[in-house]
Design a protein. Structure first.
Lengths: 495, 481
């Protein structure tokens, strides 16, 4: 059931916030041992909150648009009084004293936070395998990754543990796991959603967004979390339009750009077939397909890994063992420097260390111009590519990922292979443009495939309208994940 | 200084901007709170916290820049200066680097120190760090405590060109700059509490050599006298090293005030690579022409201009003008008093005298003096009118200070008015003459200096209220001298 349907049922009195919360907690209890989507499940808190929401409803108080809907937050978003670890050993036991703006806004909208989901440590990765708490598994095939870094949120939504979850997207970290788990993932325009309380990976690229089953739910959730926030100087004062009203199903005359040249090597034939079929569906609904060129899109990966690591090397400097988080055991003759080195060495995982070192190098005297500055210049060229394209088309369509979900451990030894997974997603982060992934089919092995649309800056309306229209003609998003269903249907006696 | 070398000095001055709250969060900047009383997720660098620029801090920084003749940049960019230190909570300081808030400008120095115009390189905004507390705790031998109250306090860094040639000139530059910043209300000038700090870059070279010598930086010298001493010491040290065939090592040094010496803190080889890059959490700082012009229009007249105008407009001596412009409040106080009473010299004497003396004794600023300029003007007027003598006036001033009452009111209530009618004074003069026949005889014998003694006796009898001129006249007439 979608979040929209759930909240309507609660409002009608067909069910209660408590009953909905209990049902989802039950499902989490059943599936979590196999899926490992959560770092923390806040069952007590969630039930207490659901009870207070039911009381509010009984008292006739005004109810929020997400009234009674269970939600999960990626564990890099601060929740006051609830551990927030970024799936890093360095933050084990860290309990923030404050709420991220998105957490405050979700609760203000009536949502019930049921837990915090697993991620690649500090959102650095594409498989959730870089988590200090162990990997999350794909509900469609437990031997495969759910993608990353928002793999926990994606798996939780795909498996029906929650109808809605928040992820963060720095290079595709919402859209790629959404595609690999067969759900909807939306990365809003940079600045649309406040980053206050999001543990920064790369500040100029990070953006929080919804993971849901339907585009309508994504619109509902973005409406709840979006809009200007005085705590984030990069949050836009651009007015948030009525997103639900935008979902008219109308795409007649809408121009969809397809960068054919960019879809060449390395893309799985099943993905290309699903992508082409999706385009045909949209064309049949009245949209016009236009061939476009994005000459600099091919540089996306290197540019992304230069900028993201540079910013990360600085953003992660605060994890020094001084004020919070892991501090090494101090020996008698240890210097301050030893404390820093050992605390960080013990606290950070291999991929995080790799990126901190790479980023430190990128910003170093003598290399800054050749790497960081050059990357920023190419970023500008990429932005210009999209500006040019959006003069003639309304959205750009590509596959979300070059392949469906890969096996756990398959790419962990080869970082470059892992990085290439982001080929279609990094552009939206580098340009700040909004992008969404919707389910558009299955591979031969019944693994989900994602279709990505990228829109104009702050034009989530058009983006969501196209994606919603597509969902009106397709049913991929209504299918249940095979492995999770098998677990649910197991006789109760079995372990 | 050895005449075979010329000193080259540049200063970097960190001035705290006088805002109520920190530069990137809502915490108070008040000095003296218990450790970490003024701290929040932003200024202790908790995960996920983000900076939001304090607009008031920008206005103050722009005020300083415009007053110093700098070109305020329409677009400036915050940058991260990356280094690890426990008092630096984020592992980077938010500062400005490639594109600072303001460029150029400078200060004209007086002829006494060479009459140079000392140029400024730049002014940029940044946040202060916290404070490591190495002492004062039972376990201080094993632990360092941290206080983040200062973390995120707004600063401007004012960087001069290496335009100064003597320690004296540098100290005067710093002093003049301090006066201007305080005058503008941009900084409180309090060097003990660290709201104004100075680093000096010192090098020496042969006169006429266009190339600069290797410099050393003396960090954190927080008094004008120490700055002068530290620079003096460095110049001497450089010359000594070079005279003995040595080479100056580029390094950072600290000044030990007790010993009057500088000592090495770290050399260039150990210097950090700060890996500056634009701060992605803050959009570029835009100061448009309208905002700049609005701040410019609100700039007060600066000390030097004020001094010149006071001399021209009120005809007061240069000495007076310099004293009266030590702060903007004092200058305002003087001008209001002078305008109210119409006697600028008298106003100047009173402000330089009783007013400044009371401020000093009571350690208060002009704003805390309870006598308003209008009230002081009232006192000056009744002295001028001869209602009270200047001796009594000082007493009246003291009573005004303590009670807040007007001068005329005190004079009337306490019966302090000057006695200036002959009929009242004549009998007293006669009494005094009768009581001192010996003195009268001495005066008549030509010892005129005894005359003042008799006048004094009359004043004593009138409890200081007798009109001294009239008393003198009556006495002369009675003695026939
Ligand atoms: Zn604060």
């Amino acid at each position: 059931m979608t979040a929209r349907q759930l909240t309507q049922q609660i409002r009608r009195g067909d069910t209660s916030a408590v009953a909905v919360c209990e049902a989802h907690l039950d499902r989490i209890k059943t599936l979590e041992p196999a899926v490992s989507a959560f770092n923390t499940v806040t069952a007590e808190r969630a039930l207490a909150r659901a009870r207070s929401l039911d009381a509010l409803q009984q008292a006739g108080a005004p109810l929020g648009p997400l009234h009674g809907v269970p939600v999960a937050l990626k564990d890099n978003m601060c929740t006051a009084g609830v551990p927030t670890t970024a799936s890093s050993k360095i933050l084990r036991g860290f309990v923030p004293p404050y709420n991220a703006t998105v957490a405050t806004r979700l609760e203000a909208a009536g949502a019930v936070i049921v837990g915090k989901t697993n991620l690649d440590e500090f959102a650095m990765g594409s498989s959730t395998e870089n988590s200090a708490l162990g990997p999350t598994r794909n509900p469609w095939d437990l031997d495969r990754t759910p993608g990353g870094s928002s793999g926990g949120s994606a798996a939780a939504v795909a498996a029906g543990m929650v109808p809605l979850a928040l992820g963060s997207d720095t290079g595709g970290s919402i859209r790629q796991p959404a595609a690999l788990c067969g759900i909807v993932g939306l990365k809003p325009t940079y600045g649309r959603v406040s980053r206050y309380g999001l543990m920064a990976f790369a500040s100029s690229l990070d953006q929080i967004g919804p993971l849901t089953h339907t585009v309508e739910d994504a619109a509902l959730m973005l409406a709840a979390i979006g809009g200007h926030d005085g705590h984030d100087a990069t949050s836009s004062s651009e007015q948030l339009p009525d997103l639900l009203a935008a979902l008219t199903g109308e795409v007649t005359g809408l121009r969809i750009g397809v960068p054919r040249a960019f879809l060449g090597d390395g893309v799985d034939p099943a993905i290309l077939a699903a992508f082409n079929a999706a385009l045909a569906t949209l064309a049949a609904r009245g949209a016009t397909l236009v061939d476009i060129e994005l000459p600099h899109a091919g540089y996306g990966i290197p540019v992304y890994y230069l900028i993201a690591t540079a910013e990360a090397s600085s953003n992660l400097a605060r994890y020094d063992g001084v004020r919070y988080g892991h501090r090494t055991a101090i020996e008698k003759d240890d210097t301050l420097r030893t404390m820093y080195e050992r605390s960080r060495d013990e606290g950070f995982g291999a991929e995080v260390k790799r990126r901190i070192m790479l980023g430190t190098y990128v910003l170093s005297a003598g290399y800054y111009d050749a790497y960081y500055l050059k990357a920023q210049q190419v970023r500008t060229l990429l932005r210009q590519d999209f500006e040019r394209v959006f003069a003639t088309v309304d959205v750009v369509a590509t596959p979300t990922t070059p392949t469906p979900a890969f096996k756990l451990g398959e790419k962990t030894s080869d970082p470059i292979q892992m990085y290439l997974n982001d080929i279609f997603t990094v552009s939206a982060n580098l340009t700040g443009l909004p992008a969404i992934s919707v389910p558009c089919g299955f591979s031969a092995g019944r693994l989900p495939i994602g279709l990505q649309f990228t829109g104009r800056s702050f034009d989530e309306v058009t983006l969501l309208r196209v994606a919603d229209a597509y969902q009106r003609d397709t049913a991929f998003h209504t299918e249940s994940p095979t492995a999770a269903e098998a677990l649910m249907n197991r006789p109760a006696s079995q372990p | 200084m050895s005449d075979t070398f010329e000193a080259v000095i540049g200063l970097e001055i960190h001035a705290q901007l006088l805002t109520a709250t920190k530069i990137f969060c809502g915490c108070s900047t008040a000095f003296g709170a218990p450790p970490n009383a003024h701290a929040c997720p932003v200024c202790v660098g908790l995960p996920g916290a983000l900076p939001v620029l304090n607009r008031r801090a920008v206005d103050l920084a722009v005020t300083a820049a415009l007053a110093l003749g700098c070109e305020v940049q329409e677009r400036s960019v915050f940058a991260r200066k990356n280094y690890f230190y426990p008092d630096l909570p984020k592992g980077y300081q938010i500062s400005q680097f490639e594109l600072p808030l303001a460029l150029g400008g400078g200060l004209q120095m007086p002829a006494s120190v060479g009459g140079r115009f000392v140029k400024l390189t730049r002014i940029h905004m940044e946040e202060d760090a916290g404070k490591s507390l190495h002492e004062g705790f039972a376990d201080s031998d094993r632990k360092t405590y941290l206080d983040y109250n200062r973390s995120g306090v707004p600063l401007v860094e004012i960087v001069s060109e290496p335009d100064m040639r003597s320690a004296e000139e540098a100290a005067l530059f710093f002093e003049t700059l301090r006066q201007i910043l305080v005058w503008l209300g941009v900084n409180d000038g309090n060097m003990d509490e660290g709201s104004l700090r100075c680093d000096a870059n010192v090098s020496v070279r042969r006169p006429g050599d266009p190339k600069l010598g290797t410099k050393t930086e003396v960090k954190n010298v927080n008094s004008f006298r120490y700055l002068e001493k530290a620079i003096e010491f460095e110049i001497g040290r450089h010359i000594d090293v070079l005279d003995h065939g040595g080479r100056i090592v580029q390094e950072t040094r600290l000044f030990d005030a007790a010993q009057g010496k500088t000592y090495s803190m770290r050399s260039k080889e150990e210097a950090h690579d700060y890996r500056y890059f634009p701060e992605p959490d803050l959009p570029p700082l835009m100061v448009d022409a309208a905002r700049r012009d609005r701040i410019k229009a609100a700039l007060p007249e600066l000390p030097e201009a004020r001094r010149r105008r006071l001399i021209a407009e009120y005809g007061i001596p240069e000495y007076d003008a310099a004293l009266l412009t030590q702060t903007r409040g004092v200058a305002d106080y003087f001008e209001q008093t002078a305008r109210s009473c119409g006697n600028a010299k008298a106003a100047s004497n009173w402000v330089m005298g009783e007013v400044l003396r009371n401020m000093k004794e009571r350690a208060v600023a002009i704003e805390a003096v309870p006598i308003t300029p209008a009230a002081l003007a009232g006192l000056i007027t009744i002295v001028e009118q001869g209602t009270i003598s200047s001796t009594v006036a000082k007493d009246v001033f003291a009573r005004m200070y303590d009670t807040g009452r007007a001068a005329a009111e005190i004079v009337a209530a306490d019966g302090l008015a000057q006695i200036s009618d002959t009929s009242s004074l004549e009998p007293i003069v006669q009494r005094v003459l009768a009581a001192h026949p010996d003195v009268v005889a001495e005066i008549k014998a030509g010892k005129d200096r005894k005359f003042q003694f008799l006048v004094g006796q009359v004043m004593k009898e009138t409890r200081g209220k007798g009109d001294p001129k009239l008393v003198t006249d009556l006495m002369r007439a009675a003695l026939g001298t």
